[in-house]
Design a protein around this ligand. Structure first.
Ligand code: KG4
Ligand code: ZN
Length: 320
């Protein structure tokens, strides 16, 4: 890398968060996230049209605050980076227009990046990866096991064939009467379970490959709630959440263990919104200990959507 300062301004707007982060020679110095959760809550999930409109409204404040917190002038920025895909199209367009306009105005390089790869690099903000790494990407829109032999080398080993894990959590939570986003609520309730009443759920492992499926688990959970409601039987929600969560996460970890046994691995990592989950964080730590592997568990601020992960990915893509 050339011996000059690298000041990256990164933008993430793929869903219902607008975020701006700034890094200085690879160190994150600010990460501002404006969340729209309260605006979407009343609809039970993200309304794409509303998300893009709110991004248009919010981005000047987020940008201004990020620059103020970083105590730098916009003219000091040397690279602009943004999430190009995947995500909600309207939301992505707002971020891309802001990024393109800034890059053109400043006359600096523009670096479009991938959201999932961003989540993965979010897992190494606090502690750099020791390669090869097996990363479990678990978010509202994606569920994958990704193998990184070295920096910026992404090999997708497994994916969901249908729903993503976060989507499954949120939809089941909604039928349970929990507000959006349901993932953290199920996590909290599961932690209060007595485990005395057992609820049976199907496995998310699909076949002999590493792949998984979450639509079966989602349908089974929703049917069980409806059946119990029809029979006027009450649901022990804490135990229900515990066994649902166990089915969702144990299957993923089984696939991950299969991958550990088939690939040369030095570290495990988790990334994406669902990596904030307490059960997943404790179970993957046990798995890492079992195989004597290092582990990258991002702090909660870098689990859900944020621009720091895009700034981190950008720095390493420039290095490459
Ligand atoms: O990565 P993210 O912010 O957005 C996407 O790229 O999709 O992930 C959001 C997802 C939501 O489905 C939310 O319910 C889930 O992450 N989530 C959790 C927890 N915290 C957030 N799921 C389970 N347990 C949690 N503690
Ligand atoms: Zn995400």
């Amino acid at each position: 890398m050339p011996n000059k300062k690298i000041v990256i301004l990164a933008i993430e707007s793929s869903c219902d968060e607008f975020s701006v982060a700034i890094s200085f020679n690879g160190k994150i110095i600010t990460n501002i996230v404006s969340s729209q959760i309260n605006d979407h809550k009343k609809f039970g999930g993200v309304v794409p049209e509303l998300a893009s409109r709110l991004h248009v409204k919010n981005f000047p404040y987020v940008l201004d605050l990020a620059l103020k917190k970083a105590k730098i002038s916009i003219n000091e920025v040397t690279h602009i980076s943004y999430t190009e895909n995947p995500g909600l199209i309207g939301s992505l367009i707002v971020g891309s227009i802001v990024a393109k306009t800034l890059a053109m105005y400043l006359g600096v390089p523009l670096i479009p990046l991938n959201h999932i790869q961003g989540h993965i690099y979010g897992a190494q903000i606090d502690k750099k990866f020791n390669f090869p790494v097996l990363c479990l990407v678990v978010s509202g829109g994606h569920t994958q096991i990704v193998y990184l032999k070295k920096n910026m080398d992404f090999q997708v080993l497994a994916s969901t064939g249908d729903d993503a894990i976060g989507e499954c959590y949120d939809k089941v939570a909604r039928v349970l009467g929990l507000s959006y986003p349901g993932g953290p609520k199920i996590d909290n309730l599961a932690n209060m379970a007595t485990k005395k009443t057992f609820y049976k759920f199907p496995s998310v492992n699909m076949d002999n490959s590493f792949n998984f499926s979450f639509s079966g688990l989602k349908t089974a959970a929703i049917n069980l709630i409806h059946n119990l409601n029809q029979k006027k039987q009450s649901i022990e929600i804490e135990n229900f959440c515990y066994f649902f969560q166990k089915a969702a996460i144990d299957g993923l970890l089984q696939s991950l263990e299969k991958a550990i046994n088939n690939f040369k691995v030095q570290s495990l990592a988790i990334a994406g919104g669902v990596s904030a989950n307490s059960y997943l964080r404790s179970e993957i730590t046990k798995l890492a200990n079992k195989y004597n592997l290092e582990i990258n568990i991002p702090s909660v601020q870098y689990c859900t959507d944020n621009a720091a992960m895009i700034a981190e990915l950008c720095f390493y893509s420039l290095k490459k």
